[in-house]
Design a binder for this molecule. Structure first.
Ligand SMILES: [Zn+2]
Length: 702
């Protein structure tokens, strides 16, 4: 799942942040950290093998009229009981169906759990098929009493009566974490994996989508049609989905597999623009992981009023309606990260599933890191590192430093879907990759996927795969990062002893060791001295540590964590000269960003001004935006120098957000100049951010 709340905050923070503005984030709920509970994996008493559903929709009352056939067996111990989740149903019949026919069973139902007594005791070698005739009334579930929030309703009718002229009629479902039992009886446990057949009857002109393949469609002769969907590979019950409405279906393919995009008809012409990189992504992930995309097809559907950003239902991802984009809107924000996130889940989450919500990082940290991998492959490391840094920033802004990524004491499973499981977890995987190296990293992922395909896993399974591949013990890494809260806070000081020709580097771990680990951190140090760069590898594993290096002459820069891979808070004093040097000579995006951010505050330093001017041509668009935000602090001579550059950026920069920032800079810092020609050219720029910048400008008094 991709959380809407999180991506919005990040987007807002980065579109509008500048050196003086602080972004206020929502208050943080850390009640889970003090709960004295243990939430392990759920006990398994029944194993569902296959679920077959016949569904009809009553649009007037927003009811789901269902018949379910659940093929199951006791998980291990012999049993004559089955407990199913079923939220807010009206139940007409519960029966067992076998060669002797149909036999009604005794059951009790409390509105949440359906307890069934079987006709006899079964062993786990004996399968049985339960039949349940029911009506589900998801729209009637009351928030606060029946369900914790609107996002737990499971099945959603959009404009069911057709009276709302602003919206098309649609329906869609959202199963994760435990919401699918609002529309079919099942076991809400990520360990419960099953195959499925879903027959759904809809008005004839509607199209439907579900997991797996469309087996056949039948015209019922009464203005309705029944579509029969079948998925033959087992997946967790929270990944089951149906959706439907008046969509255009745009077909694409990867290898011999169907890839399709379901969008409202007016967006059909943009579907390939928005989703068209999907086949390339499928190929990239398949190759990188050494495990070919494991499902029968891949469909993506854009629905109205979706709760979150998107959801990775197996073979049928549901997206929020911000994906209904025009070409112009796409220029500002393509949401490509959501596309790669949900697709990567088809390996991490759908193929191998976290066995419990406590282990959710096995789904979400990976999906978040999938975004990085795609960006790195498609647009290069510099670009990918920007979004990696945004993830790190989202974690730091969350203040969730008391929560371990793997945690067994959350208050509600929904609480697990946070910046610790997502962004911090993604950063941890990046550190794991940098720690073991690329070849070992992807080989271990391959082993993990092969070993647990169509099954579930917990965090130790991931560690064991890495240990098997690398032949080294990795408890230290997994314990400090996945099993512990917080992050290192490092105080860094370096000095040069001219007589001994030595650099002395002191690093202190300042984090509270009562609550956070003393970290073991292997890292690279680059020393820029005597016209060359020398790399030293160190391992930080003490609270106070001093490292000493021989150098020929006084270094211009000691670049700690030269790979910029570490999720940490750094307290480091460098001079303006050192930061300016770092901006110009250190190779990575984060080197330049760190230096720029430090120099942003040095408004009276001419060297800082020099860097800001250079940064207008930075290869990374975000740094160009930051540089434009600094233009106001340049002196008149400097302003005259950059004026033609900014005019050009306003119309010619490849990134629309930079063009918009350049227009703002022109209107704020060059209001006395005649910018009419530039503004006239910019009027033809369709990007909403540019149009917004132009209209903001018009509002300003001359
Ligand atoms: Zn996700």
């Amino acid at each position: 799942m991709k959380l809407l709340k999180l991506c919005c905050l990040i987007l807002v923070a980065f579109l509008f942040s500048c050196s003086t503005k602080k972004v206020t984030l929502e208050p943080v709920n850390i009640r889970a950290s003090v709960l004295n509970v243990y939430r392990g994996s759920y006990e398994r008493s029944t194993d569902i093998i296959n679920t077959k559903l016949d569904l009809k929709l009553n649009w007037d009352s927003s009811f789901v009229i269902g018949k379910a056939w659940i093929e199951a067996k006791p998980y291990f111990y012999p049993s004559n009981k089955v407990m199913l989740n079923a939220q807010g149903f009206k139940i007409y019949d519960v029966a067992i169906e076998n060669k002797d026919g149909h036999k009604s069973l005794e059951y009790s139902y409390n509105g949440k759990i359906l307890s069934i007594t079987l006709d006899k005791t079964y062993t786990n070698q004996q399968k049985f098929t339960l039949y349940i005739d029911y009506v589900a009334m998801p729209a009637k579930l009351k928030v606060g009493t029946d369900i914790p929030s609107q996002s737990n309703r499971g099945f959603y009718f959009i404009n069911p009566t057709g009276r709302d002229t602003s919206k098309p009629q649609q329906f869609w479902t959202q199963g994760e974490p435990e919401c699918n039992s609002t529309w079919f009886p099942t076991i809400e446990n990520p360990q419960e994996k099953m195959t499925q057949e879903i027959n759904i009857t809809v008005p004839k002109k509607m199209v439907t989508l579900s997991n797996g393949s469309l087996d056949f469609s039948e015209d019922n002769g009464d203005g309705t049609r029944t579509d029969s969907w079948r998925q033959e590979q087992p997946h967790s019950t929270y990944l089951t989905m149906v959706a439907g409405g008046y969509f255009s279906v745009i077909k694409d393919k990867w290898e011999d597999k169907e890839v399709s995009y379901y969008v409202e008809p007016e967006y059909a012409k943009y579907a390939k623009l928005i989703f068209g990189k999907t086949p390339e992504m499928m190929g990239f992930f398949s190759k990188k992981l050494g495990v070919e995309y494991p499902w029968e097809k891949y469909s993506q559907i854009v629905v109205r009023d979706f709760n979150d950003g998107a959801m990775e239902n197996t073979t049928a991802t549901v997206f929020f309606d911000r994906m209904n984009m025009t070409e112009a809107e796409y220029k500002d924000e393509s949401y490509e990260d959501i596309i790669s996130h949900e697709l990567f889940h088809h390996w991490f989450g759908d193929l191998v599933t976290a066995e419990s919500w406590a282990n959710l990082p096995l789904n979400e940290s990976f999906a978040t890191y999938g975004e990085y991998l795609w960006n790195e492959y498609k647009y290069g490391r510099d670009y990918a590192d920007l979004y990696g840094w945004k993830d790190a920033t989202a974690y730091f802004n969350s203040n969730k430093f008391e929560l371990s990524p793997i945690r067994f004491n959350y208050a509600d499973s929904e609480d697990m879907f946070d910046q610790v499981s997502y962004q911090k977890g993604g950063q941890i995987l990046h550190m794991l990759r940098k720690t073991v190296g690329d070849v070992a990293f992807f080989k271990a992922l391959n082993l993990y996927l092969q070993k647990h395909a169509y099954k579930t896993a917990e965090i130790h399974d991931l560690r064991l795969a890495f240990e098997e591949v690398t032949g080294t013990d990795l408890n230290w890494f997994f314990n400090q990062w996945f099993m512990s809260p917080g992050h290192p806070i490092l105080n860094i000081e370096s000095s040069y002893d001219a007589s001994a020709h030595k650099v002395s580097l002191s690093i202190k771990q300042l984090q509270n060791l009562d609550r956070m680990p003393l970290y073991r951190i292997p890292m690279a140090i680059d020393i820029y001295s005597n016209g060359k760069t020398e790399r030293k590898e160190i391992v930080l594993d003490k609270q106070n540590q001093i490292f000493s290096f021989d150098v020929a002459e006084a270094p211009l820069l000691v670049n700690v964590d030269a790979e910029k891979y570490l999720l940490c808070e750094k307290r480091e004093k460098k001079t303006v000269q050192q930061y300016a040097f770092q901006y110009q000579h250190a190779p990575l995006f984060l080197d330049r960003l760190e230096a720029f951010k430090a120099l942003e505050k040095q408004q009276s330093e001419s060297l800082a001004h020099e860097v800001w001017q250079k940064a207008l041509a930075d290869k990374n668009w975000q740094i160009r935006v930051y540089a434009l935000n600094c233009v106001a602090h340049l002196n008149d001579v400097e302003k005259n120098t950059v004026y033609p550059i900014i005019k050009k950026m306003a119309v010619a920069d490849e990134r629309s957000l930079v063009r918009a920032a350049a227009i703002s800079a022109l209107s704020k810092s060059f209001a006395t100049k005649d910018n009419t020609e530039t503004y006239t050219l910019a009027m033809a720029d369709k990007a909403p951010s540019v149009q917004r910048a132009l209209s903001e400008m018009k509002k300003q008094p001359n």
